[in-house]
Write a protein that binds this ligand. Structure first.
Ligand SMILES: [Zn+2]
Length: 147
């Protein structure tokens, strides 16, 4: 089965998480066919990683577009592994931070097609415990006011 563009927001996030290796079973990402021309940057651990957006998988460096991917690629990336949960969470968070820096650098260099990857990785940021607590407190206050 093939997943074909246009991709919806949920699919864009899932593909980009797999492309950046911030998934349970990271594998070699889909890369640009021109990745070895010397112009393509290393980002997310590989050269020429394609970034999912609505119109397909786009190369931030040269604009190459791939409008499809095998559904099995995503399934494999999201398959649970034997890695202990805490170790996996730490590995994924390290990958996320490194990839986020790489793709932000691409955007700053004018490769705007990298932006959907930045958004996917930013949205995955772990919530600081303090913020979660204050949100709970705010909800409790709202309930108290309503009562
Ligand atoms: Zn390219």
């Amino acid at each position: 089965m093939w997943l074909t563009a246009p991709f919806d927001a949920d699919l864009i996030d899932r593909i980009n998480r797999a492309q950046a290796g911030v998934v349970a079973s990271a594998a070699y990402p889909l890369t640009c066919p021109q990745a070895r021309d010397g112009r393509h940057a290393l980002a997310g651990g590989y050269i020429g990683v394609l970034v999912a957006q609505r119109r397909g998988l786009v190369c931030p460096t040269c604009g190459h577009v791939q409008g499809w991917l095998p559904a099995a690629v995503l399934k494999a990336a999201e398959r649970t592994s034997d890695e202990p949960g805490a170790a996996q969470a730490q590995r994924i968070e390290r990958m996320r931070q490194a990839a986020l820096e790489d793709f932000r650098r691409l955007v700053r260099a004018g490769h705007l097609s990298a932006q959907p990857m930045v958004e996917t990785l930013e949205a995955m940021a772990p919530r600081p415990a303090a913020a979660a607590r204050s949100a709970e407190a705010a909800a409790a206050d709202a309930l108290a006011l309503a009562a």
